[in-house]
Ligand binder design. Structure first.
Ligand SMILES: CC(C)(COP(=O)(O)OP(=O)(O)OC[C@H]1O[C@@H](n2cnc3c(N)ncnc32)[C@H](O[C@H]2O[C@H](COP(=O)(O)OP(=O)(O)OP(=O)(O)O)[C@@H](O)[C@H]2O)[C@@H]1O)[C@@H](O)C(=O)NCCC(=O)NCCS
Ligand SMILES: Nc1ncnc2[nH]cnc12
Length: 298
């Protein structure tokens, strides 16, 4: 039998928008893994400074998170209380750990991209803003939940973030989100735009955003593994890379590869910067600058 579906069986405009936001977020997580050379991190090419995970671990993790970002977008659109969003985040985190056998692949991304997805749902589709302005607005919109973010108890006690906060007074994922992602707005997004607007592809632009993020972020993963000296080494190396033209230089890929090797030699893993690059990619996709096309995995 053929015929039109009853109206109740069709996705509502909100469900369709949420599904689109979800697709952009999952694509961003996958695209982040694909980028190479990302100093110290897992990619399609190698496992960087990690011996407990590879690209396949990240693929399973991203697949397990499908649907979560759409639910966060719907929650944002409904003006749901922060506690509801937090419990969506905790449930997503549990699915991630089940899919990876307990390995922390995307905890920071569940948090940061989850909040950006909620802000995107809340904002709806503005008629006029440019994609660049809209990306910044979405970052700032997360600060609306700032007091709740700072007041919420973390999902685990004695997380690596909590340890470096106690030991070095370091800020982390919560402080970034509560302040409307200043590192994204002032460093990562402008770096992406600088390459993308000159005709660079999404990989090159994403890598530039990654190094611009390392140069300034108080990355808890770097601090946890290597202390203030490790963080200073990573930031200095990224600044030097950018001062030499970064991914806009003719030998940008070669220099990035040398940085990757230097980070691996020191077991440095800038996981906080990885999440913020995924956020840049999400914002590029959700504002229509980059199509979230599927690609082949190795
Ligand atoms: C509120 C939470 C985010 C609590 O976070 P907390 O500060 O307690 O600490 P962590 O759990 O350690 O940090 C969260 C993750 O955020 C990323 N991150 C680190 N520094 C920054 C930064 N400056 N800015 C932004 N983001 C940052 C980082 O995620 C990445 O690293 C992960 C791997 O980490 P780890 O296991 O420590 O590292 P390894 O090197 O692999 O370990 P070893 O081999 O050395 O042992 C990887 O997952 C990346 O994503 C931090 O891990 C929050 O966790 C919380 O409460 N969440 C639940 C609620 C929620 O999500 N709600 C949704 C919205 S309301
Ligand atoms: N590609 C990656 N490698 C290592 N840790 C990460 N955390 C998030 N993305 C990562």
């Amino acid at each position: 039998m053929t015929g039109a579906l009853p109206a109740s069986a069709l996705p509502s405009p909100l469900e369709e928008a949420a599904a689109g936001i979800d697709r952009c977020a999952v694509w961003a997580l996958e695209m982040e893994v694909r980028l190479f050379p990302k100093a110290g991190l897992v990619s399609f090419v190698d496992t960087g400074s990690h011996d407990d995970m590879d690209a396949g671990t990240f693929r399973r993790s991203a697949a397990a998170l499908k649907g979560y970002f759409g639910r966060m977008a719907e929650a944002g659109a409904r003006g749901a209380p922060f506690a509801e969003m937090k419990s969506l985040g905790m449930a997503a985190e549990a699915r991630m750990f089940a899919a990876t056998g307990g390995i922390n692949t995307h905890r920071g991304a569940v948090f940061s991209l989850g909040l950006l997805a909620a802000a995107t749902g809340r904002q709806g589709t503005p008629a006029t803003d440019s994609a660049v302005a809209r990306s910044r607005d979405l970052c700032r919109a997360v600060a609306l939940w700032g007091p709740d973010i700072l007041a919420a108890r973390p999902s685990v006690d004695a997380s690596h973030g909590a340890q470096v906060r106690a030991r070095y007074g370091a800020a982390g994922a919560r402080e970034q989100a509560a302040a409307g992602f200043p590192v994204l707005r002032n460093h990562a997004l402008p770096a992406f735009d600088a390459v993308f607007d000159r005709g660079g592809d999404v990989e090159r632009a994403g890598l530039q955003a990654f190094y611009a993020t390392i140069a300034v972020l108080e990355d808890n993963n770097l601090l946890h593994r290597a202390g203030p000296d490790g963080l200073a080494f990573a930031q200095g190396a990224a600044r030097d890379f950018l001062a030499r033209g970064g991914m806009l230089a003719a030998d940008g890929y070669g220099r990035a590869r040398a940085l990757h090797e230097a980070f691996v030699a020191r077991r440095l893993s800038p996981g906080g910067a990885a999440d913020l690059v995924a956020a840049v990619l999400f914002l590029a996709a959700v504002t229509g600058r980059v199509p979230p096309r599927t690609f082949a995995w190795p």
